[in-house]
Design a protein around this ligand. Structure first.
Ligand code: C2O
Length: 582
């Protein structure tokens, strides 16, 4: 084309067309979207942590798994080959999957699992999102080791709405089990009791020096920094069952993004991040030579569980100069973290999130609502029905269960999306998930006598483009606890939250409909409620579930069935030819 020094005459229609195309491509944000291809070979690999050597499921032999990088607008194709002795699927946590529900990944919801020896290509576009998301296995508890970052850069030429950091570092917080996590959940489901807890928290897979037998140089995550530079941490909570506090000693962090949407920047010394959530934070290294050569980075759990939990603190190092040995690391003064059950610290932190709501990134908050739902979420129980000898190990000899509106989700044996596509619902799902609890009660007061749940694969059918509000109300049945609720296929706006029982008359009036944060995972506050809104403009079947895996295993899930719209581009396309069969 007419590039370079020599100018060619461009008069013919073909030449003018090409010139226009080139000019368009040169405009920021309109450069040709690329197709990014990755191959995931799911294989067992040997890993040692805390002096325990074991074989764990990995992607390409890596733990944590490989970083996937795309730009907003790109198409991403991930070819998965399952070489382990278990079913597997992958979920691209937070990706909207606009009309690509077949690539969403939750097993038995949008696809049958990929069986051992089989392959499946996840093929989708990344539209209208930028920041940090992540990918993880979505079958049983396999995500304990099968996870990695999914970085979405802005389109070429489009700057961040904050000063460009000197370096960007994905930092995945995880949980390490000395036991096989699959054996842990299997045993819990057999006995009806709570599962054994993890043995350590990890930074990019590394537990650090606070744990026994974890003092080797390679056991600690180290972030080397230079004075005067700014670092963007792409934080992900990939832990199975724990919300986490996070802090860096002597450093204030600036939160600039969450769940792949920009937020109004705010400063914080301690972060709270729930499983499933991501946060982009800027860390400004000390200007000149810092008073100490290194500082501790710490994570510790936030929980109000009545059961046991992994009450440990993991440490990583922020190094201005290399630290010598584990003793030096342990000698670093740890950052002050709130107490493990400090619910008001959590509420104060989550209240700070606001959408950026700029001209370029407007917050399109639904102002009116077509359908309102009220979901009571929490724990419950099942009768023992002894699969174990004697009593079960749940509350009062029962089995633990979890529910929304007292319905505990039964995993179907076939994919809901396939059943929907074929309009063959019989024996698979029923479209009668309750819009409110069957019997209202004092959700955060003294629990009702009967704590038993119902079971079913129940969905809420929605007309295309319905404007939806859901109030998620925590219950104190078997203990009030916060529940990180994750919605597949959508981002939602968090328009309100509070403690106690939701009070429609007063609470609705206080909603933020101007710049509420947009997320895919929000924690229902302990003994409180949160209100979310979204427009059901993405046809398919979308699971909404607690991202504490133990609660998901106990049934804390439901699904939305969003019907096709009238226009061709509002319909779910047919499944890809390699979609696995059940
Ligand atoms: Cu991050 Cu349904 O999952």
């Amino acid at each position: 084309m007419a590039g370079g020094r020599r100018r060619l005459r461009c008069l013919s229609p073909a030449c003018l067309f090409l010139a226009a195309a080139v000019a368009l491509l040169a405009m920021p944000g309109l450069a040709a979207a690329r197709t990014r291809r990755y191959t995931f070979n799911v294989t067992m690999a040997t890993v040692t942590r805390l002096c325990v050597t074991k074989s764990i499921p990995t992607v390409n032999g890596l733990f944590p798994g490989p970083k996937v990088v795309v730009r907003e607008g790109d198409r991403l194709v991930v070819q998965v080959h399952n070489n382990i002795n278990s079913n597997v699927t992958f979920h691209w946590h937070g990706i909207r999957q606009l009309r690509s529900g077949w690539a969403d990944g939750p097993s038995y919801i949008t696809q049958c699992p990929i069986r051992p020896g089989q392959s499946y290509a996840y093929d989708f576009r990344v539209v209208g999102q930028r920041g940090t998301l992540w990918w993880h296995a979505h079958f049983s508890w396999l995500r304990a080791t099968l996870y990695g970052p999914l970085v979405i850069l802005p389109p070429r030429g489009v700057p961040y709405p904050f000063p460009k950091p000197d370096r960007e570092v994905p930092l995945m917080l995880g949980e390490w089990f000395n036991a096989d996590p699959e054996a842990v959940i299997k045993q819990a489901l057999r006995t009806g009791g709570g599962p054994n807890v993890s043995d350590a928290y990890t930074f990019n897979g590394l537990p650090g020096p606070t744990y026994n037998c974890s003092a080797a140089a390679g056991d600690t995550f180290r972030l080397r920094v230079r004075p005067g530079r700014t670092y963007m941490l792409r934080l992900v909570n990939a832990a199975l069952n724990d919300e986490l506090f996070f802090a860096v000693a002597n450093h204030t962090l600036t939160v600039v993004g969450a769940d792949a949407s920009y937020v109004k920047p705010f400063a914080a010394t301690t972060l709270v991040i729930s499983p499933g959530q991501t946060m982009d934070v800027l860390l400004a290294a000390a200007a000149a030579s810092p008073p100490a050569p290194a500082y501790a980075i710490a994570v510790a759990p936030y929980t109000n569980t009545v059961g046991t939990f992994d009450n440990t603190t993991a440490i990583a190092a922020l190094e201005y100069a290399p630290l010598q040995g584990a003793t030096a690391l342990l000698a670093l003064p740890p950052p002050a973290l709130p107490l493990y059950n400090d619910t008001s610290a959590v509420a104060n932190f989550s209240a700070k999130f606001r959408s950026l709501a700029s001209a370029r990134y407007p917050a399109r908050v639904p102002r009116s609502v077509d359908r309102k739902f009220f979901f009571a979420v929490g724990l419950g129980a099942d009768p023992c029905r002894s699969r174990v000898n004697g009593t079960c190990q749940g509350p009062n000899g029962t089995r633990f269960a979890a529910s929304m509106n007292n319905v505990s989700f039964t995993m179907p044996r076939t994919s809901l999306l396939q059943a929907h596509y074929q309009r063959r619902y019989g024996g698979v799902l029923t479209a009668n998930f309750p819009a409110a609890p069957p019997v209202p009660f004092n959700y955060t007061g003294a629990p009702p006598n009967n704590t038993f749940v119902m079971h079913g694969t129940r969905v809420v059918p929605l007309r295309f483009n319905t404007s939806v509000e859901v109030v998620l109300q925590d219950t104190s049945i078997l203990g009030a606890e916060s529940h990180p609720l994750h919605l597949h296929g959508y981002d939602f706006f968090v328009v309100g939250q509070g403690f106690g029982n939701y009070d429609a008359a007063n609470d609705t009036a206080r909603y933020n409909l101007v710049d509420p944060v947009q997320r895919n995972t929000v924690s229902v506050p302990t003994a409180g409620w949160v209100a979310i809104r979204f427009i059901a403009d993405n046809p398919g079947v979308w699971i909404m579930h607690c991202h504490l895996d133990v609660h998901l295993s106990w049934g804390l899930a439901m699904a939305w069935l969003v019907n096709d719209g009238p226009l061709p581009n509002q319909k779910l396309p047919p499944p890809p030819s390699d979609i696995p069969k059940c």
